[in-house]
Design a protein around this ligand. Structure first.
Ligand SMILES: Nc1ncnc2c1ncn2[C@@H]1O[C@H](COP(=O)(O)OP(=O)(O)OP(=O)(O)O)[C@@H](O)[C@H]1O
Length: 597
């Protein structure tokens, strides 16, 4: 059962009420041409919101959602076409399709549209979800082209590039409204669900999201299918709005229009999708009026071919130049107008088995092409103790952290976490087995709030019925960031960002925490605060810490045990006292000649 928070309900109402009011005003109080424009707007809302579900949450620009509209349009058109036209319009329709085609109501047509769009979304979504960034974007463009070419080539079913006609019309604002409301509610609720938040986290930083237990591939797939359904439903409505269409009506022009609507409003929010769509619909209507040549304030304007597309392009350019996140920014309208009360509940962080857990590194080696980054390294990280991992630059410390956390699997040897080889499980499952980590270069979900950053991790481990935000607050309390919970993560000072990364890892209820240079860039006061936090984590929760650090004073103050790497090999291990007096370690750090001097 998805998490439907109060904020999402407020969001649905904030967006739904203006749409309902608009439909009523348009249908009862406006001329027919405005009522028609409103119906078209509501159809586009469903389509753009479908795009927002995928692109807004994943950060992957989609060129493919006009393809879903095409599938929805043809799916519904086949089921609803007048039966008297079926034999003349589609004489070669395959028998199985002829048996079910024609004569059905718009709502049965809608079900057909959802079935076709949903099925294709699932089939294409399986490979697509494994792609990130621009590779995924290009794949969605491929999807659009494939859908278009298939529709043109399937002339027996679609009439090819010729116009498909005979579809019952009758999409008023009141018919388009319920579909738009469902699409908006779906998008707004999805955004705040565990999956929606996880996908937004992956949008900000995919590696950190996986390290927080997010199955990025699965979340992208879900958003792609949900978005495809909403856009498919919009396609069905558009088919019945137009009454006749061909594949080119669902190709690049429509894609450009949908993208303009989403980008102008701001693709990260549903409010942005709904608002941007309104602005573009109005703008297109005005510019189309001028395109054919008209009189404005007594001045006769000539015909201006392409004015609409050029006008929309210029507006997008100006808005993007001034407001990179679109007109509505990064926060939903409801989040600005009716912010949620602060979370006061505090959960419990202790991992049930922290004291009995084990983390063993057995003969780990790692090569990058010809370069040996690690060679036959073995040591144990003990629960309730701090183990330092030190060595000169390039010694292999970060590679070891990555090998332990499953991000870079070892070329040889094994890392056993509670007896399980971490290389044998998917990287996003390692955190759920009790391993949290931070990164050498801070990796936060920069545009999410401090609380959301930590909730992403808490969601991965919270038991059913447990409030993951309370667990996140508990982790923030440990690092003393509870008062900044509502702030965007990127607005925190540097030291606080480092502590936030620790809180996020702590919310995984780990048995072990791997910290890669946690004090890098900190001033002495921040370093002291960090040491106090790490000591607290060790003593209060029995967590085993593995700390990579260049600050040897910090290492000597904090660690119970130290492992020293040099050029990929382990050259010493022991207590801080033993390491301080170890000649091999001194030599590795300051060089043979100076050590002898
Ligand atoms: N992905 C990679 N591809 C190729 N070489 C790599 C990769 N990651 C690390 N290396 C190399 O492996 C060696 C060990 O790097 P690593 O970052 O683990 O060292 P480190 O001890 O963490 O260094 P520093 O203290 O400077 O961060 C270096 O020579 C580095 O250039």
């Amino acid at each position: 059962m998805p998490r439907i928070g109060k904020q999402a309900v407020k969001g649905c109402l904030t967006l739904a009420l203006p749409l309902i009011a608009l439909a009523i005003i348009a249908e009862f109080f406006m001329p027919a041409s405005y009522a028609r424009l409103t119906a078209l707007y509501l159809i586009y809302v469903s389509a753009v919101v479908g795009m927002q579900i995928y692109s807004g949450n994943s950060g992957i620009i989609s060129f493919g959602h006009a393809g879903f509209m095409a599938l929805g349009a043809y799916g519904s058109a086949l089921l609803t076409i007048q039966t008297s036209l079926l034999s003349t319009s589609l004489p070669n329709l395959p028998q199985w399709l002829a048996a079910i085609a024609g004569g059905h109501s718009l709502w049965i047509g809608m079900l057909g549209a959802l079935a076709v769009a949903g099925l294709v979304a699932v089939l294409f979504g399986l490979p697509l979800s494994r792609l990130s960034g621009s590779a995924a974007s290009i794949a969605t463009l491929g999807f659009l082209v494939i859908v278009h070419v298939t529709l043109v080539a399937s002339a027996d079913i679609t009439r090819g590039s010729q116009t498909f006609f005979g579809i019952p019309r009758g999409v008023s604002a009141f018919v388009a409204l319920p579909v738009a409301l469902i699409a908006v509610a779906l998008a707004r609720i999805y955004r705040d669900t565990k999956g929606g938040l996880a996908l937004r986290a992956a949008r900000e930083d995919e590696i950190a999201a996986r390290a927080s237990g997010v199955n990025v591939t699965r979340e992208r797939f879900i958003a792609w299918v949900l978005g495809g359904l909403a856009s498919g439903a919009a396609g069905a409505l558009l088919a019945h709005f137009l009454g006749a269409f061909s594949p080119k009506d669902f190709y690049f022009n429509l894609t450009f229009l949908l993208m303009s609507m989403l980008i102008l409003g701001g693709m990260t929010t549903v409010s942005g999708a709904v608002g941007g769509t309104a602005l573009i619909v109005v703008m297109v209507d005005l510019l189309r009026g001028l395109e054919g040549g008209s009189e404005v304030l007594g001045v006769a304007l000539p015909q201006m071919f392409g004015l609409t597309d050029v006008g929309v392009g210029i507006v997008i350019l100006i808005v993007m130049y001034r407001l990179r996140d679109g007109l509505f920014g990064l926060r939903e309208v409801d989040e600005r107008l009716f912010p949620e009360a602060k979370v006061t509940a505090i959960g419990a962080i202790e991992a049930p088995s922290a004291g009995k857990a084990s983390l063993e590194v057995h003969g780990v080696g790692r090569r990058f092409a010809g370069l040996v980054a690690l060679e036959n390294v073995s040591f144990t990280v003990r629960p309730g103790l701090v183990t330092g991992l030190i060595g000169p630059n390039g010694a292999g410390k970060s590679t070891m952290i990555n090998a332990i956390s499953g991000v870079v699997p070892p070329s040889s040897g094994r890392v056993l976490l509670n007896g399980t080889d971490t290389a044998k499980i998917a990287p996003h499952k390692v955190p759920m087995r009790g391993l949290g980590r931070t990164f050498q270069n801070i990796r936060l979900f920069r545009n999410l709030s401090v609380l959301e950053n930590v909730t992403v991790a808490a969601d991965s481990v919270a038991q059913s019925g447990e409030d993951s935000r309370a667990l996140a607050m508990a982790a923030l309390n440990v690092v003393d960031l509870q008062d900044l919970a509502e702030r965007p993560a990127n607005s925190l000072p540097y030291g606080a960002q480092r502590r936030l990364e620790i809180a996020r890892a702590l919310a995984l209820r780990p048995s072990f925490l791997l910290l890669d240079e946690p004090a890098a860039g900190m001033n002495p006061a921040e370093t002291d605060a960090l040491i106090a936090v790490l000591q607290k984590i060790r003593s209060d929760f029995g967590i085993g810490l593995l700390v990579v650090e260049h600050d040897l004073k910090l290492i000597m103050r904090l660690c119970d045990h130290i492992v020293v790497l040099n050029k990929g090999e382990m050259i010493a291990e022991g207590t801080p006292e033993e390491i301080r007096n170890n000649a091999t370690v001194i030599e590795a750090y300051i060089g043979k000649r100076r050590a002898a001097a």
